[in-house]
Design a protein around this ligand. Sequence first.
Ligand code: NAD
Length: 494
Amino acid sequence: MQDTKVSASALQEFDLIFFGGTGDLAMRKLLPALYNRFRDSQHTQGWRIIGVARQDLSREQYLNLVSENCRQFIPGGDFDERAWTAFTAHLEYLRLDGTQPEGYAELARRLQNSNDRVRVFYLSTAASLFAQICTNLAANQLVTPQTRVVLEKPLGRDRASSYEINEAVAKIFEERQIYRIDHYLGKETVQNLIALRFGNAIFEPLWRRSNVQDVQITLSETVGVEGRGDYYDRYGALRDMVQNHLLQLLCILAMEPPSSIDPDAVRDEKLKVLRALRPITLDCIKAKTVRGQYRAGAIDGAAVRGYLEEADIPPDSHTETFVAIKAELDNWRWSGVPFYLRTGKRMQERMAEIVVNFRPVPHAILPTSASEGNRLVIRLQPDEEVRLYLMVKVPGAEMKVRPVDLNLDFKQEFKTRQWDAYERLLMDVILGKLTLFMRRDELDAAWRWIDPIRDGWDALGEPPKSYAAGTWGPTASNTLITRDGNTWREDGYQ
Ligand code: NAD
């Protein structure tokens, strides 16, 4: 049975200060995650959480706001009135404009007797504020050796702006103190991908070009821009999803076995993957990328409007809400294996999954086995599961085979509530574990691959391809993959 408790000896006393303490992320994810860890932990005496935002709120008003919001995001069975009351006793509020030096004296006063405790500044605000917040923290002597800073995405819009943000933060914090968060890496199934690869010798000889035909990574959403049109239109799917989440998943899947699970051993290997990505230049951009934008359509039978009709979206916007890319790695292990990356809004289904398609048998003696190979599906959402498809005989007189999955059912096996990604990542920050956070050079390498795609699209000057909401994206996305003789998973067996 999995141990859901954080080891009491490991978890030190801490002060966790959220900039953006009244924001959507804090209410929907961060505070519910902390509550869940609090409720499951045995030793919680040393917890102190301070929400920081610009609103003029008393502590009581803040607690009411948090209670009202968080109740919606903590599933009924996990909400315990007594635990919640105990949790909120550790919660404070501070009104502070992070960009102005004035309010920091009060923050310093509150933290004055806790310089020896773990201190975490979680910057859940726009990245444009990070530099000023860090400077103000340092000017008020708030950065102790035990201090960590967590940076939310997106860290820039391109390589140059990302460099600027990182440079400003690096003036105040050492790299070992900086936790660049990508919540996909905190998902249980991503950890399981690591366990599957490096805990099972049977996969080791299979995990390479000679056995793998293609890899598909899909992060699809059914939602549209959800009131964040202004932000989304400046970023688009390439920056919002591919640069971080998709490339991070690709790294975990494709990296060489690290010599240990230590942060730098793992991050060195991820960096090599990013550096091995073949550049997508203007001459191949049409063959290797597809960008799309949703028009009106229907999701689960309900009509939804198109991207250009959403609030805060300019009527002539060319921002992509869908991207499909054929990525290739120029290295010994993966040469010639296409990695198809795909993400979009207003798609037919909400899911995040990695599909590894193995090559079919070299010589078919059984009907239907010739064209279909084995398949490993690692699903991150909506449910977290791992399925390995094998060919088995269909009962009956004929020798017919079809794929059937071996399903690793974590819920059944471990009978425990799965941690949300933010629960794991927040605990890792407090425990000082950097493995699941991006290092600066990784981020830089990711942008170095992404920027030319963006530039190529600009140079082409073509509008994104239209797709109806509620579909799997533009038809060109199918062409991208069928041209190589492959198909997206939803078009094959399930
Ligand atoms: P939000 O707009 O809902 O909240 C922003 C918060 O920052 C508010 O509490 C606001 O009071 C505070 N704030 C703004 N300016 C401030 C200042 N000068 N000083 C102090 N506080 C200030 O935004 P959000 O959705 O919570 O997102 C926060 C960050 O997390 C953003 O960088 C966003 O890109 C990132 N993020 C959000 C999500 C999400 O699901 N909401 C997901 C991934 C990343």
